[in-house]
Ligand binder design. Structure first.
Ligand SMILES: [Zn+2]
Length: 157
């Protein structure tokens, strides 16, 4: 019942995105980021993985959960969404790391994992995002302790 309602909400939200984003652009995920996530997850990703560029205020409609309400990117049903405000910064390490995070969610869907909580799903994505940031000499988004708490279903997820 609850899951059904969430699905209906999500479909409604995606239709809203469709309507709100007639001028949305579509880009292909950078091959080096796809390779990084394939290596981390062991899952073969689509080589033409699309990233939809949507209006800055549209992202909130993709997901009504706390994480994505103010997020810089999102993933739903194998599609990655980023707002226009960061689309022209795609070469910046923190934006690339964000794409790594969302590509991890694509891999998780292909792998068909079932999670005890949303945090378990997010832990892997934030871990890959953080490892990518460390690789390019930037601060990670989460500490190992924070990642472990997420994976243990502690906290707000
Ligand atoms: Zn996430």
């Amino acid at each position: 019942m609850v899951a059904g309602n969430v699905a209906v909400l999500l479909i409604g939200a995606l239709l809203m995105i469709d309507n709100a984003c007639a001028k949305a652009a579509e880009i292909t995920a950078p091959p080096d980021l796809i390779a990084f996530v394939e290596d981390r997850t062991g899952i073969a990703l689509p080589k033409d993985q699309k990233i939809e560029v949507i209006a800055d205020d549209s992202l909130i409609f993709i997901s009504d959960d706390a994480e994505h309400a103010g997020a810089d990117a999102a993933e739903a049903f194998g599609v990655i969404y980023i707002p226009e405000r960061i689309a022209d910064k795609i070469e910046e390490p923190r934006v690339q790391a964000l794409i790594v995070h969302e590509l991890t969610h694509v891999a998780q869907e292909l792998r068909g994992n079932v999670y005890a909580c949303a945090g378990q799903r997010e832990a892997e994505a934030y871990k890959n995002q953080s490892i990518y940031l460390l690789k390019v000499g930037q601060f990670p988004v989460m500490s190992p302790a924070e990642l472990q708490a997420l994976a243990n279903c502690e906290g707000s997820y």
